[in-house]
Design a binder for this molecule. Structure first.
Ligand code: BGC
Length: 352
């Protein structure tokens, strides 16, 4: 690859204001990819990637206008979810004997950090070599969480990959779980459902859920279930099967326990229509594979098209849901003096 192919260009354009604070759109591109990311929610609004003929399309769901993000309070499209991505049972947990409550729209759990999570915040931003770094200082008591948490999320382009690096520090013991909530559709944003995409997940086990979608605490084998993606399967192949776990979630919406440690392969997806592939690597212990079951056409894209059920799938690299209440799960507690450091890489390509 030549130096010119590696060159990354970043541009900032003003996009609007939220509560008087300026919101910008950062467009980062190299010869392979062009991605736009806003400091509202540190949200990825588009990723243009080539198909097997070199034709580019936007492979994540999103909107062209800031107003559409402000209006959509339920999909978390492209955003950083935090302070605690995914579910905490009853929105309640304890650290060192002190109990904390997170405000929630749901009766049985807090989702993605409470009613005003990191996805709704205006982050500060700086262009850095090969990308953009977003910073958020979440005050002590923000959404009920203890401790001032300083979070940096760095998005950089490396050849045909979008790399996301998360760091966080706190001044009191707290819990943290950060993820990017992009919905992928490798056929393109308006490419219909993702049921024909083939998916491989590097996970022998998953965390089964109860009737309100909270992990039971068990790490169950995927073997013999429709959640076995160790060999590639079409997402739609078994999604309607008579399986209690799929019924509870209306499809796939489960945390998979990734095999191995360190930065390693988490998932591979392939769209047979465009030839595009997505390879996900992460340092996180888990990935929530969510097949867009709750998209129901009520959220409309900026061109007036509804986002229907299964219009995109998420691969949310993360610690396991409800870890603050599960002593056996990898800990999500961050203490003063510690630094959270997490990496996820989304690599785009075409099938050889
Ligand atoms: C959850 C889904 C939820 C979606 C959007 C996902 O991370 O697992 O249940 O509907 O986020 O809110």
């Amino acid at each position: 690859m030549s130096a010119l192919d590696m060159l990354v260009v970043a541009q900032k354009t003003h996009w609007g204001t939220v509560d008087g604070e300026p919101v910008d759109l950062y467009t980062i591109s190299n010869s392979s990819l062009t991605t736009s990311i806003t400091n509202f929610g540190a949200c990825v609004t588009s990723i243009e990637a080539p198909d097997e003929n070199g034709a580019k399309a936007d492979v994540v769901l999103g909107f062209k206008k800031l107003d559409d993000y402000l209006r959509d309070e339920k999909t978390y499209m492209g955003a950083i979810a935090g302070r605690y991505a995914n579910r905490i049972a009853d929105g309640t947990f304890a650290i060192d004997g002190s109990v904390y409550h997170i405000p929630s729209r749901h009766r049985d759990y807090a989702l993605h950090g409470g009613t005003i999570g990191f996805d709704r915040k205006v982050w500060s931003a700086a262009i850095i070599p090969n990308g953009v770094e977003f910073t958020l200082v979440s005050p002590d008591g923000d959404m009920g969480f203890p401790g001032t948490l300083t979070v940096h999320v760095r998005y950089t382009l490396e050849s045909s990959s979008l790399r996301i690096e998360y760091t966080a520090t706190t001044d009191k013991p707290t819990v943290v779980n950060l993820t990017n909530h992009s919905y992928f559709n490798l056929a393109g944003r308006s490419g219909g459902t993702v049921l024909d995409h083939e998916l491989m997940l590097n996970a022998d086990r998953y965390t089964p859920i109860d009737a309100v979608m909270i992990p039971t605490g068990v790490l169950a084998p995927v073997s013999g279930t429709p959640l076995d993606f160790r060999q590639s399967h079409r997402i739609g192949e078994r999604i309607q099967s008579e399986d209690e776990q799929l019924k509870l979630a209306g499809g796939y919406d489960h945390n998979f326990v990734l095999n191995g440690e360190g930065l390693r392969l988490a998932a591979k997806a392939f769209d047979p229509h465009s030839g595009r592939t997505l390879t996900v690597s992460t340092t996180e212990p888990g990935v929530q594979f969510y097949s867009g079951n709750f998209l129901d056409g009520s959220v409309i894209d900026s061109d007036g098209r509804p986002y229907e059920k299964y219009a995109g799938f998420c691969l949310e690299t993360q610690h396991f849901p409800n870890s603050p209440n599960e002593a056996e799960f990898p800990s999500t507690i961050l203490r003063p003096g510690q630094m959270l450091h997490s990496t996820t890489i989304f690599e785009f390509g075409v099938q050889e």
